[in-house]
Unconditional design. Structure first.
Lengths: 298, 318
């Protein structure tokens, strides 16, 4: 109560504070305009390359070399997209990407949940050693192991097959680490209570641990999807038959090579390859950020 | 410790009979654990550790001039040849890669930090900006290469409109090809850099910046004297991750520069590009293995630096 009165007197009729307050308000508004200007300029600079790509993908063949370059597709040529899809075999490439990615994501989720559970809830000899072994895989880049992996899948008869595309990525040290951390957050009491209720490990894992670790599992899923979908090196070297099972990333390279004079069609392909990822980013931004910063802030 | 746990469990549990039964339960638990870790361990064994170790064996054998013939043992002789003479282009491609890293990493981290500071405010619609700033993290090298390849195209792109008409074109110029690829890569890294920096900023205590503001420090001073020093562990993490990634760059060069007859090809011969050409074009497995071991050593060194730094930081914090 007395505080209110004090404020009331401060707000009183004296002109001084009142004038300074409108000044402060104007200052704040100016600040706000400045902040939005900076943010918007930065956003435009970042998005501009993508916007130009979309515009170019909708231009006619002749328009694309026009000067000054068109900033808006006045007569959008949607058939560039069907050309990329049909003649550029983009449908085929997308299917390959989808099959490979689905297999990798599913396998990584399963292997990470199983191993993460064991490291978090079970006691066994060499537990710490084996966990360090998992972490050690993070220090070995794929660029170092692909030489022998190539001859391994070739001798298994998996060159240029879906199995060959997916099989080197069935497990990840990062996923095991992430899920072990998530499982360790689950209170020990809960495990003891479930065991007293007659839950075995399998039931505890599927009914309690996995549902409770859902945020981390989702983060791992999104991360694995992104990494698998955007892979370049392995799909390039592990296919290459007569009808290579190229993924969409390698398909884009083919599109540039085949139709050097049809950049608009190649760019339509790039847009098709990029759109699923934008959708993922918008829907799963939180999970993605969570997985990308898992090692960053302590 | 374990006895305490045992006595705690004892009375509450279903009346544990002592001795063999508990041991049997422990054996069962261990068996289950090994069963659960087995799939991951098998995958690591076949596709990570075996190929890793195998590199050291391959390094000692000289590949035959014609594929199909047996390769023969030459020992460490070949290792020295690859590392110290320019016959296989290793020293050159190591230097090119380092130059590329120097162009890419500091700038992408600086821009990511600047964006993160700009977006570290409670404003209406800030979520949209944050999504846009993060967006390039989902772009693949192939998409980024197509986007920037078009922008840098001498006929189609924006350069002629801006009155820039370099001869030879950017992506065929021995001087400008690598910086052009670097620009593309900075754009692609920006999203990740922004995300890491934002997470770092959000973990800082607001009071410190607030105190600096009340003390009358300008935003410039606050940025360099307060934000950057306090973020130094995050910045260091981003430098290490960025350097490791940049060292592995390959796709953008393969797509934008890698076609036949491009005079710039030899000038963007980064390490992974060199490894892949050595393996797939020249079928020289031994030399490729030696170069990939070198790549591993670089990664290892960076990771150890990171661990060292974190350790020291923890030490100071106490």
């Amino acid at each position: 109560m007395p505080v209110d009165v004090a404020v009331g007197t401060a707000r009183g009729p004296e002109p001084g504070p009142d004038a300074s307050r409108t000044k402060a308000r104007r200052n704040r508004r100016l600040h706000l305009v400045g902040a939005y200007t900076v943010l918007t300029v930065a956003a435009v600079v970042i998005v501009l390359p993508l916007y130009i790509t979309v515009v170019n993908s909708l231009l006619e063949e002749g328009q694309i070399a026009q000067q000054p370059p068109p900033f808006f597709p006045i007569h959008p040529q949607w058939h560039n997209y069907s050309t990329a899809w049909n003649q550029g075999h983009l449908g085929f490439y997308l299917r390959n990407s989808l099959i490979m990615t689905a297999a990798i994501v599913a396998a990584q989720l399963v292997t990470s949940i199983l191993a993460g559970y064991a490291f978090a809830f079970l006691r066994f000899p060499f537990r710490n050693t084996l966990f360090v072994v998992c972490l050690a895989t993070l220090m070995i880049p794929f660029e170092v192991t692909f030489i022998t992996n190539l001859s391994t899948i070739t001798s298994l008869g998996w060159f240029n097959t879906y199995a060959g595309l997916a099989v080197p990525f069935l497990a990840t040290g990062f996923g095991i680490f992430l899920l072990r951390q998530a499982f360790l957050q689950i209170p020990k009491d809960l495990q003891e209570a479930s065991m007293l209720d007659g839950y075995g490990h399998w039931r505890f894992m599927t009914r309690v641990a996995v549902p409770m670790a859902r945020p981390s599992i989702a983060a791992l899923g999104v991360f694995a999807f992104l990494a698998a979908w955007n892979q370049y090196l392995w799909p390039l070297v592990s296919t290459g038959g007569t009808t290579p099972l190229d993924t969409v990333q390698i398909g884009l390279k083919q599109l540039v090579g085949q139709q050097a004079d049809q950049i608009n069609v190649a760019l339509a392909g790039a847009v098709i390859a990029f759109v699923p990822l934008v959708v993922i980013l918008v829907i799963f931004q939180k999970q993605l950020v969570r997985s990308l910063t898992a090692g960053a802030v302590k | 410790m374990s006895t305490a746990v045992a006595t705690l469990e004892g009375p509450g549990g279903p009346a544990l009979p002592p001795g063999p039964s508990r041991r049997r339960r422990r054996v069962k638990e261990a068996a289950l654990a090994y069963l659960l870790v087995l799939p991951a361990m098998a995958a690591f064994g076949v596709f990570v550790f075996y190929p890793f170790v195998n590199n050291f064996r391959l390094a000692l054998y000289q590949s035959p001039p014609v594929p199909g013939l047996p390769s023969h043992y030459v020992g460490l002789h070949q290792v020295g040849q690859v590392l110290f003479s320019n016959g296989y282009g290793f020293p050159g491609s190591l230097l090119t890669t380092i130059a590329f890293v120097v162009m890419v990493v500091p700038l992408s981290i600086f821009f990511g930090l600047a964006l993160a500071v700009a977006a570290h405010r409670r404003l209406r619609g800030i979520g949209v900006y944050r999504t846009i700033f993060s967006s390039t993290v989902v772009s693949s090298v192939a998409v980024a290469a197509l986007v920037f390849g078009t922008l840098m195209n001498p006929v189609v792109g924006f350069l002629p409109w801006l009155g820039i008409n370099p001869h030879p074109p950017l992506l065929e110029s021995p001087t400008w090809a690598l910086p052009s690829i670097a620009v593309m890569t900075i754009w692609q890294f920006l999203g990740l850099s922004f995300i890491i920096m934002s997470a770092g900023l959000q973990s800082l205590p607001d009071e410190v910046l607030e105190a600096a503001r009340i003390d009358g420090a300008s935003s410039w001073t606050r940025f360099w004297r307060v934000t950057v020093p306090m973020l130094s562990p995050t910045i260091f993490f981003a430098v290490v991750v960025g350097t490791i990634y940049a060292f592995q760059s390959f796709g953008q060069i393969d797509i934008l520069i890698g076609y036949a007859n491009n005079p710039a090809r030899l000038h963007v011969n980064v390490l992974v590009y060199n490894i892949i050409n050595t393996l797939t074009q020249e079928n020289n497995t031994g030399v490729a293995a030696i170069m990939s071991i070198a790549l591993f050593l670089v990664t290892l060194l960076l990771t150890l630096l990171q661990l060292r730094f974190l350790e020291r930081r923890v030490h100071y914090a106490r």
